[in-house]
Design a protein around this ligand. Structure first.
Ligand code: HEC
Ligand code: HEC
Ligand code: HEC
Ligand code: HEC
Ligand code: HEC
Ligand code: HEC
Ligand code: HEC
Length: 596
């Protein structure tokens, strides 16, 4: 059964498509999970910063910065995530129904007693329902710029819901990735996803979507996401006579590079985002180089496939603009955006044109002023030079091209195709710290990056295996390295060697669900089927909402002729994944037979 195993040993859903509302590739590539594999600490992510720093929450800042607080709270970032209570969402066209013919499923979204619910069902030929799965929506991701993505909670695990709301048409439709795949309510919300959308999430390290209670210390993105923890500042400002310094990060006083790092952490997806060894998302620290915590990498573009994505690629696009390159990198996100203020669509043209005037004048443009003034809106610099384009992978959504082009057909600058460093020719590092531009990444970081890229791009398998061979020698005591060697051996059919490495990985750090499942796989091939079931059970306990391991358990138990246990596992499976028609039929057949 080792066919279909990915290279990397990342905890990952085996339900097929890996798209998500934001960027289709992201879910498969989300690094939060990898961090868990590596650090594998117990409860909530532990980090030196997180334990020593005092987060106080945005409300505490409002006491002295009331005007900023009120203005910021009206921006999309200030409303990035809210509890799923119905009364906040009067504009959601409720109740709503949606039929997805591709997967033969129906959906409903409705409000009841002030709460929002989503349900999935399938009608039977006789008009009854084959199944119905109804969940209350715990959280809504998004401020509705393009849409809202509902989140459900079960046993402290968070999951995406199959239907999302799209603002432009004002209707509900499949969440990205659910268009042609029925993933039910089982796609976990991982640390790397929610990091960009919530003020402060409390993911449990090493798990596939488990959160502490409460899951969020602050739901929407707040002051401290950009200014760092404010405890020391509040103390100092409360005793101004003794205070020395402000004890708070002020982005305007940072170098453009460090200021952009704050925004990049959430506004630059790249092809793969990898945490540095031993780091978690909680170590991302405004004012410190992002490079210390997170690497954002892209596959080098070629003239045949130039970079052409706008969605959450604002930093990369900006750096390709002539404004950025010819101003000695003086252009930064905050040259144009004051995050405390979101201009309305009517205000935006004049607001952003003023920002251009910091470096340009009305004479900079080749189009005569009276021609520009005659357009609606008048002289909208950004409207012509930063066009909005549809996002290919998300229906009904658009984003602004931050490459700031003179005309739509403007070719990419040459440098676009020569950005990879000689030390790492097959990847571009988008956030190297100054002075580290020419350096390769640490091997452990590369292993994760190549492993995740190899899942969808076979050309990275070679690089992955090379790095793994180096690490096998240099870091044999690392659990992730042993787990990766184990998986390599499993894929190669060397089951005894696989079992040995996987067992070593399990002895080195708290057990990971994927490693247990791989070991079960190896032991099955070694004809140690009882032991295999023990490890599968363990994998399921560590990752209780993974349909793949649970299906495998049913198959293994049948194989062992343990019919009563197989049937119990099947009953449990259908309860957790009612949308799985194949397993539902299997259970019906099992029920029709007398228990042996
Ligand atoms: C007790 C009142 C008080 C509270 C509470 C408070 N501040 Fe301040 N803050 C001030 C004062 C006063 C200044 C101006 C001090 C100065 O310029 O040295 C200031 C300045 C700042 C600055 C600019 C610093 C600089 O170097 O220019 C930032 C940023 C800031 N506060 C953010 C926050 C955030 C974020 C919070 C909540 C975590 C917060 N403040 C809570 C009183 C407060
Ligand atoms: C913790 C993650 C995070 C950080 C840090 C962050 N953003 Fe955002 N930002 C978001 C998310 C998520 C949205 C989309 C909110 C929505 O629509 O739900 C957003 C929206 C925006 C928007 C569009 C809507 C608005 O509120 O104006 C702008 C502009 C923006 N961010 C600029 C910035 C800049 C500039 C920085 C750095 C100074 C920054 N952001 C830092 C996550 C972040
Ligand atoms: C790298 C940071 C990042 C990651 C990871 C990420 N997003 Fe986003 N997402 C954004 C930003 C930023 C926006 C706003 C669009 C923009 O400004 O370009 C956004 C937009 C959205 C929106 C639409 C919000 C609106 O107001 O229109 C939803 C819903 C959403 N994301 C859900 C998700 C989910 C679910 C995941 C994970 C499974 C995820 N995102 C992963 C950064 C991220
Ligand atoms: C998305 C990032 C982001 C968030 C969130 C954010 N700020 Fe800021 N803040 C900035 C940036 C960037 C500047 C520098 C703006 C400039 O001067 O160009 C700044 C400047 C400040 C300043 C000093 C300058 C001034 O305008 O007085 C204060 C005080 C401040 N922020 C308070 C807050 C408070 C309070 C909150 C929460 C309600 C908050 N900020 C949320 C990015 C952010
Ligand atoms: C930090 C300074 C800075 C800011 C802010 C800035 N630019 Fe530029 N921009 C430059 C420089 C420098 C150049 C290159 C010199 C030149 O060709 O005139 C440039 C070039 C351009 C070009 C020519 C692009 C090309 O590829 O030929 C356009 C168009 C442009 N800017 C539009 C804008 C618009 C629109 C804004 C505001 C939304 C803006 N710029 C904001 C510095 C800036
Ligand atoms: C030269 C000016 C300029 C710079 C620099 C700039 N932006 Fe923007 N940005 C804009 C304009 C103009 C819009 C469109 C605003 C509107 O239509 O309301 C925009 C829109 C956005 C949005 C809303 C989503 C979208 O794509 O329409 C986000 C998020 C954003 N910018 C983030 C960033 C980040 C992060 C950086 C730094 C990497 C940055 N911007 C740098 C001018 C700029
Ligand atoms: C109606 C659309 C439109 C508006 C509005 C507009 N531009 Fe342009 N601009 C253009 C076009 C088209 C060109 C390229 C003309 C060509 O190369 O033949 C251009 C060229 C430029 C250039 C490059 C000049 C060069 O030497 O190559 C700059 C810089 C520029 N515009 C800045 C601005 C600024 C700043 C504003 C706002 C004050 C602005 N534009 C408003 C359409 C517009």
């Amino acid at each position: 059964m080792s066919i279909g195993l990915e290279w990397s040993t990342v905890v990952r859903r085996a339900t097929g498509a890996s798209a998500l509302l934001c960027v289709p590739l992201l879910l498969a590539l989300l690094p939060g999970i990898v961090a868990g594999v590596r650090s594998g600490q117990n409860p909530v992510d532990a980090s030196p910063h997180a334990s020593s720093a005092q987060y106080v929450g945005s409300i505490a800042c409002s006491r002295c910065h009331d005007a900023i607080y009120r203005s910021y709270s009206r921006t999309a970032m200030g409303r990035s995530m809210e509890p799923g209570a119905g009364e906040h969402f009067s504009d959601l066209s409720l109740p709503a129904r949606f039929t997805n013919d591709q997967i033969d499923r129906r959906f409903e979204v409705f409000a009841r007693d002030g709460k929002l619910y989503e349900s999935e069902f399938a009608p039977a030929a006789d008009g009854s329902e084959m199944f119905r799965d109804t969940r209350s929506i715990a959280w809504m991701i998004g401020a509705g710029m393009n849409g809202y993505g509902p989140v459900v909670e079960q046993d402290h695990y968070l999951f995406q819901a199959p239907l999302s709301f799209y603002t432009r048409p004002g209707t509900w439709g499949p969440s990205p990735g659910y268009e042609s795949a029925d993933l039910g309510f089982n796609r976990p919300i991982l640390a790397g996803c929610i990091f960009c959308h919530a003020g402060r999430a409390n993911p449990v390290a090493g798990t596939n979507g488990q959160y502490a209670d409460p899951p969020f210390s602050e739901s929407s993105i707040g002051c401290e996401n950009c200014h760092g923890p404010g405890g020391a500042h509040v103390d100092a400002m409360s005793h101004p006579s003794t205070a020395k310094g402000a004890h708070i990060v002020s982005p305007a006083r940072l170098s453009p590079y460090l200021a952009d790092n704050i925004c990049m952490a959430c506004h630059q997806t790249g092809d793969v985002r990898v945490l540095k060894p031993g780091k978690t998302y909680r170590d991302v620290w405004p004012g410190q180089p992002l490079d210390e915590t997170l690497s954002i990498l892209i596959v080098p573009p070629s003239p045949e496939s130039p970079p052409d994505v706008d969605h959450v690629e604002h930093y990369y696009s900006m750096t390709l603009s002539k404004c950025y390159r010819s101003s000695g990198a003086r252009l930064s996100c905050i040259s144009c955006h004051d995050p405390h203020v979101q201009p309305t669509p009517v205000e935006a043209p004049a607001y952003f044109s003023r920002k251009c005037m910091a470096c340009h004048s009305n004479q900079s443009c080749k189009i005569p002023l009276q021609v520009r003034m005659s357009k609606q809106p008048a002289n909208d610099c950004a409207g012509c030079h930063m066009p909005k384009r549809d996002i290919q992978v998300i229906s009904h959504s658009s984003a602004t091209n931050h490459r700031i082009i003179a005309r739509p057909d403007e070719p990419f600058p040459d440098i676009t195709f020569h950005q990879a460093a000689a030390a790492m020719p097959d990847l571009i590092d988008l956030d190297p710290a100054p002075g580290k531009e020419a350096a390769a990444l640490p091997d452990l970081t590369l292993l994760e990056a190549y492993g995740e890229l190899a899942a969808s791009r076979p050309q990275y398998v070679g690089s992955y295996l090379q790095v793994l061979a180096r690490l096998e020698k240099s870091e044999p005591g690392n659990a992730m390295v042993q787990a990766s060697v184990g998986r390599r051996e499993l894929k190669a059919g060397n089951f005894a060697s696989a079992a040995e490495h996987l067992q070593r990985a399990l002895a080195l750090s708290p057990p990971q669900a994927t490693t247990c499942a791989d070991l079960a796989d190896a032991l099955t091939h070694l004809d140690r089927k009882d032991d295999a079931v023990t490890w599968l059970d363990k994998s399921i306990r560590l990752d209780p909402f993974n349909p793949f391991t649970q299906r495998t358990l049913v198959v293994r138990l049948i194989d062992l002729k343990q019919y009563a246990r197989a049937r119990a596992a099947l009953e449990h499976y259908v309860q957790v994944f009612p949308q799985d028609a194949f397993m539902r039929r299997m259970l019906e057949k099992a029920r029709a037979q007398p228990v042996p």
